[in-house]
Design a protein around this ligand. Structure first.
Ligand SMILES: [Zn+2]
Length: 259
């Protein structure tokens, strides 16, 4: 058996679109059957994108996820794309294309020109919002779409805004990015104290989002996901990195909650 997971993050794009009743483009990777088997359709999607949470981190720190998992309907081992670095991965996740097809093949953050989930949503008359920190990949590569951008200097401001948008109940899809685990992992190693604190905060944020969505979107059929972009590994004993075609960097776990 391969050490690499089978379901590629490219399949997330057409999964989101299909759930919302929008036809994916023929170039996009097919939707994830396991998701569609659980939730045929929905009218609201919230995607929480914490950066760099590896599958091996999830497995080793399973205790951290215990409470969160009580309210999870589907857990999917996912495979990232090569090289597993942030702009390459999120471009694949939201375009449904491999790096050679969407054009971002290394750590750079140009505005994508290929069709993405965001383009197809706005073309279908749906409202989407990206909430993300300044300078980060998600804040840059999906610009120039007919969607709303809420870009702030801090994670805290982003998370507050996301909660406010949930309360307003006017977006069909909201994407929230949190890059703090990745930031701390690079500087203090994947299992460093500060990185693990960020991981716990990411899990707490997801639980908070879920509670708020249950409260304010009760009239809707909802898909909520916890979807990191790639994994990570330790280097030089006390630092962390990612970008290699290795299971530690490529394997991630995605969580789905259908509400
Ligand atoms: Zn990343």
């Amino acid at each position: 058996m391969s050490d690499f997971n089978q379901i590629c993050i490219t399949q997330t794009a057409s999964t989101i679109l299909t759930l919302l009743g929008i036809a994916p483009t023929s170039q996009m990777a097919p939707p994830i059957k396991q998701v569609l088997d659980c939730q045929g359709s929905c009218d609201r999607i919230f995607i929480y994108n914490p950066d760099a949470i590896a599958m091996w981190i999830y497995e080793k720190y399973a205790d951290y996820f215990k409470e969160m998992e009580k309210k999870i309907d589907l857990k999917l081992p996912m495979l990232s794309v090569i090289p597993p670095v942030t702009p390459v991965c999120f471009a694949s996740m939201y375009s449904g294309l491999l790096p050679a097809e969407h054009g971002i093949q290394k750590y750079e953050k140009p505005v994508l020109t290929v069709p993405t989930v965001f383009d197809l949503l706005s073309q279908a008359g749906k409202k989407a919002a990206i909430v993300s920190t300044e300078g980060d990949s998600i804040s840059k590569i999906f610009l120039n779409r007919k969607i709303d951008y809420f870009i702030y200097p801090s994670k805290e401001a982003c998370n507050q805004k996301a909660l406010a948008l949930i309360e307003q109940d006017c977006y069909d899809m909201i994407v929230l990015y949190n890059g703090d685990y990745d930031y701390q992992m690079h500087r203090h190693a994947p299992e460093g104290k500060k990185a693990l604190k960020a991981l716990q905060e990411n899990i707490a944020t997801f639980k908070q989002l879920q509670a708020s969505i249950q409260k304010y979107w009760s009239a809707h059929q909802i898909t909520l996901t916890f979807a990191p972009d790639h994994g990570c590994h330790r280097v030089c004993g006390f630092l962390g990195n990612h970008g290699k075609n290795l299971p530690c960097d490529m394997n991630i776990m995605h969580f789905y909650s259908f509400l």
